[in-house]
Design a protein around this ligand. Structure first.
Ligand SMILES: C[S@@+](CC[C@H](N)C(=O)[O-])C[C@H]1O[C@@H](n2cnc3c(N)ncnc32)[C@H](O)[C@@H]1O
Length: 228
């Protein structure tokens, strides 16, 4: 999937987004935001914010910046902000593959249903690591390739259709984290059907902000994750 196609897809089907990703994922989404443990006064990035389904779950005493490159999705998120009176949230149009934030801007980063939709997951993870402070928390709430052979075969078969529908159903978590300075502290399967995962990581790049996964590979993400 190239970036233009992804943007077109979410722009065209933005009004259907909340039907697909709304009530069915509500409980797991709330859990995923909770494990971020955003503290008072912290600055949080919600990357690929979409229509803003995660935004009401963040504590009101932290500052949330939501970015997305798709204008119709952001327009829906803006409506949600005014409906829910979420004054602690700022929305920006930005490409997750080339964020304009300086290094070490955010205390924590949340990526909900993003990493399987982007055209270059490796680049997005590297950018997330770059803009997150050393020691900051990074939470991904996503579907990844299943450890069960039967299910993963189905995911592979479904993959070409999935890609047409704006996501990659057989992306491997191990591949996403490989060589990245991320320590996985929790990996929990969540509803629906325990096919989705909430993956909590600590950003272990060095204090000078170096080692965002572009060339400085230490492999700890993989070692700590214990992949199925
Ligand atoms: C499946 S939606 C998830 C939205 C939201 N995070 C949620 O949990 O409901 C994926 C979102 O990622 C956005 N997206 C995909 N690639 C992106 C990129 N390179 N830069 C910014 N946003 C991107 C899409 O526009 C879409 O809004």
């Amino acid at each position: 999937m190239d970036a233009e196609r992804v943007e077109w897809f979410y722009g065209t089907f933005s009004r259907l987004h909340d039907l697909v990703y709304g009530p069915l994922f509500h409980q797991s989404r709330r859990y995923a935001v909770k494990v971020l443990k955003a503290g008072e006064g912290e600055t949080i990035l919600d990357v690929g914010v979409g229509t803003g389904l995660n935004l009401p779950h963040f504590p009101k005493n932290c500052q949330v910046i939501g970015i997305d490159f798709c204008e119709p999705m952001l327009a829906r998120a803006k409506n949600r902000l005014s409906r829910r009176r979420l004054t602690n949230v700022t929305l920006l149009r930005m490409d997750a593959m080339q964020m304009t934030f300086p290094d070490n801007t955010f205390d924590a980063v949340f990526a909900g249903m993003l990493i399987t939709t982007v055209s270059d997951p490796d680049r997005v993870i590297s950018e997330i690591i770059r803009v997150c402070k050393p020691g900051g928390k990074i939470v991904m709430f996503n579907h990844f390739q299943n450890g069960n052979k039967f299910i993963s075969t189905f995911e592979k078969v479904f993959s070409p259709i999935g890609k047409r529908l704006g996501f990659c159903p057989d992306l491997e978590l191990g591949g996403v984290l490989e060589g990245k300075p991320l320590m996985v502290t929790e990996k929990k399967s969540v509803k629906p059907l325990n096919l989705w995962k909430v993956v909590t990581c600590i950003n272990e790049k060095d204090v000078n902000g170096r080692g965002n996964g572009n060339g400085n590979r230490n492999g700890r993400g993989n070692a700590a994750a214990g992949f199925e």
